[in-house]
Each structure stands twice: as C-alpha cells, then as structure tokens.
Design a protein around this ligand. Structure first.
Ligand SMILES: C[S@@+](CC[C@H](N)C(=O)[O-])C[C@H]1O[C@@H](n2cnc3c(N)ncnc32)[C@H](O)[C@@H]1O
Length: 267
C-alpha cells in the first residue's frame, strides 16, 4: 500500500525592513531549518546567511521584459503560490521570507489563504514592520502623546494619478501622524491629496529611503516644500521609501540618533 507523504510546513516569516539585526529570533530559527526559502526583493540578502547552505533559495522577483507591471506582479504571485504548495506537498519545509511584517501591505494574507485552501499547514512569524522601524531609524517616533493619538498607515499604491483614486481620501484623518508606504512614485498626487483633505501646507513631513539599511537616506520639510521639490525635480523621491506626515517629524532634529552616531564615528 502506498504511504501518503506528510506535507511540509510553510512559514510566512517577516524579515524586517533591512537591518538584518531586526529579524526576529523565531524567524531566524525557521530559516535555520528550512529546505526552501522564497525571498522577496526588498529582503536584505544578508539575512540568508542564517539559512542552511544546502537550502534551495528562490528569489520571488520575476523579470518579464515587455510585460506590464500588473502582469508581472500577477505572474510573480501565481508562481510564489505554486512553489509554496508544490514544495510543501513534497514534504519540504518552506520559509516564505517577506519584507517587514508579512501581514502589513505584503499580500501575506492572500498567501496564507492559498495555503489554507490547499490544506498546507502554515505558521505566520510576524516581523518588524517598516511602518515603525524606518521612521525610528530616522529619529521619528510615529506616536508621541504630546502630538498625536491617531496613527494612520496608507498605501500610496492605491492613489491613482488620473484623479479617480481608490484611496478613500474622505476617510483619511486630518490629524495625527500619517505613514505612507509605496508612495514614492506618486508623491505629488499624495501631497496634493493631503492638502486638499485639509492638511496645512506647513505640516512637517519626512521621506526615508532604504531605512535601517547601511545606505539609509532621510530628508524632512513641509508638505508645501515637498510639493515644490517634486515640481522642480520629478522622480526625486525614489522607492523604497516611507513618507511620514505630522508634528512628530519635528522631533527628528533632536532624535536623529543614527545620523548623529555616524557623524561621531567619522570624526
Ligand atoms: C509591499 S510594502 C511591504 C511592507 C512590509 N510588509 C512592512 O511591514 O514593512 C513595501 C513598501 O514598504 C516600505 N518599505 C519597506 N522597507 C523599507 C525600507 N527599508 N525603507 C523605506 N521604506 C521601506 C516602502 O514604502 C515599500 O514600498
């Protein structure tokens, strides 16, 4: 009688935003025992040093010249889903390594659904999200009781340049801190949307690119100042980056610990 092979398990692991030290202990433990690791483009490759040398390492990113971005994303996601199910059914343990936290704007929920409906056992290992870690590395606490009691996280992805945004602007608060992910390429539309929504042009804001990584870059100003920058030099805000809007940005002057430590180390 043929024995049914036991399924492997899939671990949806948050890799953190870039600094390898921000991978959780649980995430590292999963990596150490995985047979297959499927990695997102934003994951710092240095993290793979904790995977077994013999583990099969598969980059999730596909290059399909001539195809639209949407078509590439769909093909990429279908392939990831197929790979996770296929290797788990072969009895392999799979780590699906995702940037930041897997359940925050990362399609982690959709991947978990595929596993659930394919009867593949899985675990979710939350990660340190860029939402809080990237501002923190630029000296910005996303909440501070002196300034805000509301924190809003938006995806710039849903802001359409055509003026028919999927983003429900009317539901965006006019106060507190706003953190915008995936907005670098639509910065002008996002800033305009916020100002139309009632945010004063003088509101402090910051943009942090490749936060927590060795080449982190950060700049701060006001909504109006950032608008001028985008007008003068379209494309100045390059992905991957996070925009932080609100009075908490003012703290950066005092709290920009990484920059200060780097300057000290150089002198
Ligand atoms: C698809 S979302 C994934 C978010 C992720 N799940 C998380 O919890 O951080 C990718 C976006 O996260 C932001 N992001 C991720 N890592 C970043 C980093 N190191 N520096 C700045 N922004 C980052 C950028 O806005 C990027 O476009």
């Amino acid at each position: 009688m043929a024995m049914k092979r036991t399924s492997g398990k899939v671990f949806l692991v948050g890799a953190g935003p870039g600094d390898p030290g921000l991978l959780t202990l649980k995430g590292r433990k999963c990596l150490k025992t995985a047979d297959v690791v499927i990695t997102d483009a934003l994951v710092n490759p240095e993290i793979l040093r904790w995977a077994r040398p013999r583990a099969l390492k598969i980059p999730a990113r596909l290059r399909l010249p001539g195809k639209s971005r949407t078509a590439v994303r769909r093909a990429q996601q279908d392939r990831i889903n197929r790979l996770m199910v296929r290797y788990a059914r072969m009895g392999r343990n799979v780590v699906r390594l995702k940037g930041g936290d897997p359940f925050l704007f990362g399609r982690g929920g959709e991947e978990a659904e595929v596993l659930a409906s394919s009867d593949i056992p899985f675990e979710v290992v939350p990660g340190v999200s860029s939402v809080t870690a990237v501002p923190a590395y630029a000296g910005i606490p996303v909440t501070d009781r002196r300034f805000n009691s509301i924190l809003t996280v938006l995806t710039g992805h849903s802001v359409e340049p055509a003026g028919s945004p999927n983003l429900p602007w009317k539901e965006v608060p006019r106060t507190g801190t706003i953190v915008i992910l995936m907005g670098a390429e639509r910065m002008g539309h996002i800033l305009r949307g916020l100002i139309r929504r009632g945010w004063p042009e003088s509101t402090p804001c910051a943009f942090v690119r490749r936060g927590t990584c060795a080449d982190q870059e950060a700049s701060s100003g006001t909504l109006a100042g950032f608008m001028d920058l985008v007008k003068d030099r379209p494309g100045i805000f390059r992905p991957p980056g996070i925009t932080i809007v609100g009075d908490v940005v003012k703290l950066r002057g005092k709290l920009d610990w990484l920059q200060k430590n780097r300057s000290k180390a150089r002198s």
